[in-house]
Design a protein around this ligand. Structure first.
Ligand SMILES: Nc1ncnc2c1ncn2[C@@H]1O[C@H](COP(=O)(O)OP(=O)(O)OP(=O)(O)O)[C@@H](O)[C@H]1O
Length: 264
């Protein structure tokens, strides 16, 4: 998947540089401190899960990473560039993002939806059909379903379409915010399996979730977040070993308890 549709000439990212490098990032909304010092290192080609409770700051961090909102302090490089720098705009097309509350345009059919975004992403009209083909492949929906309006889709089908839209332009980095939230067990399983298989194509994924079983299943590495801080980063195995835990859920709970006990 990495090779086809135009790679940026001279992408400002060294081969061994992290795709995301965040150091002590902070962000306040008025009096609410959303991020109070977040460190995040995402390596090339990994599935990096940001696991945290409701309100931990995961969505805020995502919005800062893609340049939708600005951090207050700390340093950040994504694909080698600071998202608050003017040169960032050129790199946005190498990112795929599905926000937590995203929904496809309900009046468009699946095909129309993919074509609409392909036209936005394509730098040359000849790329459009190729992108739609990639999107159709990723969505894994039948031809019949792709001719139906997205408003008639199940939540699982909508999520597949959204993820296909986020990946059809062959981004280098894909951010998925709570990709299985609100899905039943079958649809959630389908979406996780889809992410796992797409990750084998070399795309780097950052996935936010509060579902620790999901984190355990998907993550090459995980960052625990609580109260706007990053508390731990490592592989799921390292997390279990560091906190003497049977599973990631227990490791997360212990990490948060120990943070609370320290009273930082
Ligand atoms: N636009 C905003 N205005 C004011 N406060 C905000 C805004 N966005 C987020 N916050 C606050 O910042 C904190 C972090 O929110 P954020 O949505 O980033 O957390 P989250 O980890 O994504 O939560 P969830 O898992 O519930 O989606 C919360 O206290 C939230 O209320």
């Amino acid at each position: 998947m990495e090779a086809a549709l135009g790679r940026p000439a001279g992408l400002p990212l060294d081969n061994n540089e992290n795709v995301v490098e965040a150091l002590e990032v902070t962000k306040r909304f008025g009096k609410t401190p959303a991020l109070r010092g977040v460190n995040l290192q995402v390596k090339r080609g990994e599935v990096h899960v940001i696991a945290g409770h409701n309100g931990a700051g995961k969505s805020t961090l995502f919005k800062i990473i893609i340049g939708l909102i600005r951090r207050d302090s700390g340093s950040l490089k994504v694909l080698g560039v600071d998202p608050s720098a003017p040169s960032w705009r050129k790199l946005v097309r190498y990112i795929g993002y599905v926000p937590e509350d995203a929904s496809p345009y309900e009046r468009l059919t699946g095909y129309e939806y993919l074509r609409f975004f392909a036209r936005l992403y394509a730098r040359d009209p000849s790329e459009v059909e190729e992108m739609v083909k990639v999107g159709v492949n990723i969505a894994g929906l039948s031809d019949r379903d792709l001719r139906r309006k997205a408003g008639e889709y199940s939540n699982g089908m909508k999520r597949r379409l959204l993820i296909a839209r986020a990946l059809m332009h062959r981004p280098l980095l894909v951010l998925l915010d709570e990709p299985t939230n609100g899905l039943d067990v079958f649809s959630a399983h389908e979406v996780r399996t889809m992410i796992k298989s797409l990750s084998r194509t070399g795309v780097t994924f950052v996935i936010a979730t509060h579902n620790m079983a999901e984190a355990e299943y998907l993550a090459d590495r995980v960052t625990f977040m609580a109260y706007g801080k990053s508390l731990f980063a490592g592989s799921p195995k390292e997390a279990r070993e560091s906190f003497g835990a049977e599973n990631l859920e227990e490791a997360f709970v212990k990490a948060v308890k120990s943070y609370e006990d320290r009273g930082d």
